[in-house]
Design a protein around this ligand. Structure first.
Ligand SMILES: Cc1ncc(COP(=O)(O)O)c(C=O)c1O
Length: 365
């Protein structure tokens, strides 16, 4: 066996060779629209602060008030002494916003998937998951021990073929998808999937982490994050009351992890209260404006991928934009499939058309 350091060095070299080595550099969001790094300001097309609420004065004031009144941390699991009363206010507001009877807040979106999926299915069960679901759902699915099959991205016909072939061999069946796909910006055919889940006796769970518009069809279980549109931190699941009551006593990532700081819950709650539909509309309009100008596909979301293909070329394009003052992340495998490296543009309610024109000009020049 090599030494620990020799092992790490070998792995780093492999990552370097495949353009997959990542490095953390200190930077911060100056005001929700700009990022500052090493004293320079960049116009950001990278954050998921779609509704531009992370620096809203009312949201900051709510967090400050809670911080001063209740201190910095929850100091224990929600089931011990970390269940601040603001939690139930936030959970009622989330349930209402998602059109469900109840909701449950977790430490993060990742922890939500890691807790919820294994609580619902196990060894004798089946999970059918879209090929492009986020890593947190995939890890939750693997953690559950259920048989995992993947259907082609957004392909309801392929999902049905898998249901026909495998459903009867398992006790319970859970279908996993996303309202809006985080790296592609397209949306799942939830209507069709809901019909299939009813026809084949399965439960549908969708991740609404990047969704700004409530779809017509409502999956049996909706999960999401408080860290993107609400500009805060934490995750949630919304469903019927018995499901949420059951998850409170069974989701391990809820039971064995400390509750969120009260200031984080207060800011999510304040953001939810002022998240007017006009903000989502503007973010989506900005994405459409950009996509139309570049003749890219138009989706009902504020995410637009600019697919380059090769990782090295994508990194070079991101570096060129950065030099010109724009912060646009290069997304590479394994986050996206091999040969599909891209610049991921995310638009918020705070972007102006002139800024979008400027980044387009730099991109195509
Ligand atoms: C689709 C999707 N689901 C879940 C998560 C995880 O949420 P969180 O950051 O709250 O852990 C993310 C990204 O972070 C995401 O893009």
């Amino acid at each position: 066996m090599p030494s620990l350091e020799a092992f790490a060095q070998q792995q780093l070299e492999k990552l370097e060779q495949s353009a997959q080595k990542r490095a953390l550099k200190p930077h911060f969001q100056a005001d929700g629209l700009y990022v500052e790094e090493a004293g320079r300001r960049y116009l950001s097309f990278a954050s998921n602060d779609y509704l531009a609420l992370s620096h809203h004065p009312k949201v900051i004031a709510a967090a400050e008030k809670a911080l001063k009144k209740y201190g910095t941390g929850a100091t224990a699991s929600r089931l011990v002494v970390g269940n601040h009363p603001l939690y139930s206010e936030l959970e009622s507001a989330l349930a209402k916003a998602k059109g469900k009877e109840a909701a449950l807040v977790f430490g993060s979106g990742y922890l939500t998937a890691m807790g919820v999926i294994p609580a619902l299915v196990g060894k004798c069960d089946l999970i059918l998951a879209d090929k492009l679901i986020h890593a947190c759902m995939l890890d939750g699915a693997k953690n559950s021990g259920a048989t995992l099959k993947r259907f082609h991205h957004n392909d309801a016909a392929h999902l049905e073929r898998l249901l026909k072939e495998f459903r009867k061999k398992h006790k319970r069946c859970l279908i996993l998808t996303e309202h809006v796909f985080s790296m592609d910006g397209d949306t799942a055919p939830l209507d069709e999937m809901l019909k299939l889940s009813d026809r084949y006796d399965a439960w549908l769970m969708s991740d609404d982490a990047h969704g700004l518009i409530t779809p017509k069809a409502s999956p049996h279980i909706i999960m999401g994050t408080l860290s993107k549109s609400l500009g805060s931190y934490g995750g949630y699941v919304a469903s019927s009351k018995p499901v949420i009551d059951y998850l409170q006593s069974s989701a391990r990532s809820l039971i064995f992890s400390t509750g969120l700081p009260p200031s984080v819950i207060a800011s999510a709650l304040a953001a939810l209260k002022i998240a007017e539909p006009s903000r989502a509309k503007k973010a989506i309009e900005n994405a459409h404006y950009f996509a139309k100008k570049l003749e890219l596909p138009i989706y009902n979301s504020s995410i637009v991928p600019y697919i380059v293909g090769d990782s090295t070329k994508t990194l070079a394009l991101s570096a060129k934009l950065k030099k010109a003052g724009f912060w646009v992340p290069a997304i590479r495998p394994p986050t996206v499939p091999k040969g599909k490296a891209r610049l991921r543009f995310s638009f918020t309610a705070a972007h102006e058309k002139k800024q979008i024109d400027e980044v387009i000009q730099c991109l195509i020049s």
